[in-house]
Design a protein around this ligand. Structure first.
Ligand SMILES: CC(C)(COP(=O)(O)OP(=O)(O)OC[C@H]1O[C@@H](n2cnc3c(N)ncnc32)[C@H](O)[C@@H]1OP(=O)(O)O)[C@@H](O)C(=O)NCCC(=O)NCCS
Length: 185
C-alpha cells in the first residue's frame, strides 16, 4: 500500500507552473527545436540577433548562458512540446536586477502563452531570486510584445532612438521595467 501523503505536501506550488504553461530547464535535446524556432524571421527580427546561426551557435548560447549564471527556460504549454524560450540574464547583485528575454514560435502566438511565461519568470525572479528590478528592451514596432509586458505590469522607462536597424529602416528601442513591489501575481 502506498504511504499516505500529508496534505501539506500537496499544497506546495511550483514557481515554474503557470495557468497555461510551465517553464523547465533547457536540455541539449531541445537545441534543434530552439534553433528552428528562433530563426523564423518573424521571430528573430524582434530579437537582438537577427540573422541565422547554425546549431553550433545555439549550442554556444546554451553553454555560455549557464557559465554566466543566466536562467534560461523552455516554455511548454501543459501537455505539449516546447513552444519557446525565456530567460533572466545580466544578473547584477549590487542592484538585484536582471534583464528579461522571451520568444515563442509563430504558430503559438496570441494564445496567452507569452504573458503566462513572463508572469512565471517575474514571479521566479522576485520571489525566488530576490530580485528587486527586472528590465527589458523592446523595439517600437513590436506591439504584441509591448502589450504582453504591459499586461504583467512593465512600464515604459525610456527610449533609445534609432538603436536598431531592420528591413531598411531605423527603429527605436523602448526600455521597460518592473519593480518587485509593482508586481501583482
Ligand atoms: C512577444 C511574444 C513573446 C508574446 O507572446 P504571445 O504568446 O504571442 O503573447 P500573448 O498571447 O500572451 O499576448 C499577446 C497580446 O498582444 C496582443 N496583440 C497581438 N497583436 C497585437 C498588435 N498588433 N497590437 C497590439 N496588441 C496586439 C494580443 O491581443 C494579446 O493581448 P490581449 O491578451 O490583451 O488580447 C511572442 O509574440 C513572440 O515571441 N514574438 C516574437 C519574438 C519577440 O517579439 N520577443 C520579444 C522581444 S522584446
Amino acid at each position: 500500500m502506498a504511504p499516505e501523503v500529508h496534505p501539506d505536501f500537496t499544497r506546495v506550488r511550483s514557481p515554474f507552473e503557470g495557468a497555461l504553461v510551465r517553464l523547465r530547464a533547457v536540455e541539449e535535446d531541445d537545441l534543434p527545436a530552439i534553433n528552428e524556432g528562433i530563426w523564423d524571421p518573424e521571430v528573430s527580427r524582434n530579437l537582438a540577433a537577427n540573422w541565422p546561426q547554425p546549431l553550433a551557435g545555439t549550442r554556444h548560447w546554451w553553454t555560455r548562458s549557464r557559465e554566466q549564471g543566466a536562467q534560461a527556460f523552455v516554455i511548454e504549454p501543459h501537455g505539449e512540446a516546447l513552444v519557446g524560450v525565456c530567460s533572466l540574464e545580466d544578473l547584477h547583485g549590487d542592484t538585484r536586477s536582471a534583464s528579461l528575454g522571451i520568444w515563442i514560435a509563430r504558430p503559438h502566438w496570441d494564445r496567452g502563452y507569452g504573458t503566462d511565461a513572463v508572469r512565471i519568470l517575474c514571479r521566479f525572479g522576485f520571489h525566488e531570486m530576490n530580485l528587486q528590478r527586472i528590465g527589458l528592451g523592446v523595439y517600437e514596432d513590436n506591439p504584441r510584445a509591448i502589450r504582453t509586458y504591459r499586461k504583467v505590469g512593465f512600464v515604459e522607462e525610456g527610449r533609445r532612438r534609432r538603436a536598431h536597424f531592420d528591413d531598411g529602416r531605423y527603429v527605436d528601442l523602448i526600455s521597460m521595467g518592473l519593480l518587485a513591489e509593482e508586481f501583482t501575481d
